[in-house]
Ligand binder design. Sequence first.
Ligand SMILES: Cc1cc2nc3c(=O)[nH]c(=O)nc-3n(C[C@H](O)[C@H](O)[C@H](O)COP(=O)(O)OP(=O)(O)OC[C@H]3O[C@@H](n4cnc5c(N)ncnc54)[C@H](O)[C@@H]3O)c2cc1C
Length: 259
Amino acid sequence: MKIAIIGGGLAGLTAAAYLSNSPDTEGTVFERSPQIGGRAFTYEKSGFTLNYGAHAVYGIDRHTLHNMENELGLQFQSKQVDKRKVVYAKHESLTAAPLDFVNIMKTEVLTKREKVRFITEIAAVIGHLHQLKNHRTLGEYLDRTHASHDVKELWEHLVCSNFFISPEDARQVSGEVIADYYHNLFLSGRPVSYILGSWSTITNQLRSKVEANEKWEISLKEPVESIRMENGKYILNTKTREALEFDQVVLAMPGPASG
Ligand SMILES: Cc1cc2nc3c(=O)[nH]c(=O)nc-3n(C[C@H](O)[C@H](O)[C@H](O)COP(=O)(O)OP(=O)(O)OC[C@H]3O[C@@H](n4cnc5c(N)ncnc54)[C@H](O)[C@@H]3O)c2cc1C
């Protein structure tokens, strides 16, 4: 089976690492930038390795990175941040990040009333009782639920800030994904950790995994411009090549391919 993966960020590289494990597959990861990593891109400056976007791993002890380590034979180390010392900047002053119940009490990010609501919501998420998980998207949950305006706003803000997306995009995220994310984060003994050696430690290992299968390639600076279907095959045009034929396509970029 010939597979095209569009996007060489964490999602595309992870999909490629799993799919290239099978001897029956061949494929190409198309990445429009000159480097892999997408929003988890790392660069070197003055002898330092710096993360451009993503920097922390939230709830690492309950994270899928552990499955990837075991299933793909990856190896990386992380350093935990003391959750009691994590702060938010609010109105030019610093206040505790509400990562556990002690800090929820201390934080000025939430008012007293919001704290009570926040704790009720989180308790329902921890107990797997929250209705959010049964809704296709956050937007659907917010539209159909009788929750107060404050609670709805709280959910939108949480998802925007933790998933690094706009309020409109937050409303499109699956209810089950959000419920699982916060279930794991609030039960985690290690809510905030950093990957030692930066995110490139992960992306480079994923790349090596993909390139270990000689029937797979990662093609940089090659944006996919259009996809069409002909006789049961996907036909891709990229900036540099035309009419490339594939059996399956994995879309691993935020929006649809342009063109
Ligand atoms: C400032 C910032 C801080 C963040 N901090 C954290 C954090 O601390 N912890 C955390 O877990 N997450 C964090 N995130 C979120 C995290 O970076 C993303 O969730 C994750 O990197 C998304 O990976 P992805 O592969 O789904 O998408 P992307 O990383 O966006 O990858 C998509 C790739 O597709 C490529 N592409 C797009 N269109 C095409 C096309 N037509 N043809 C070919 N290639 C194409 C893009 O160039 C890109 O490389 C942060 C995000 C930002 C912006």
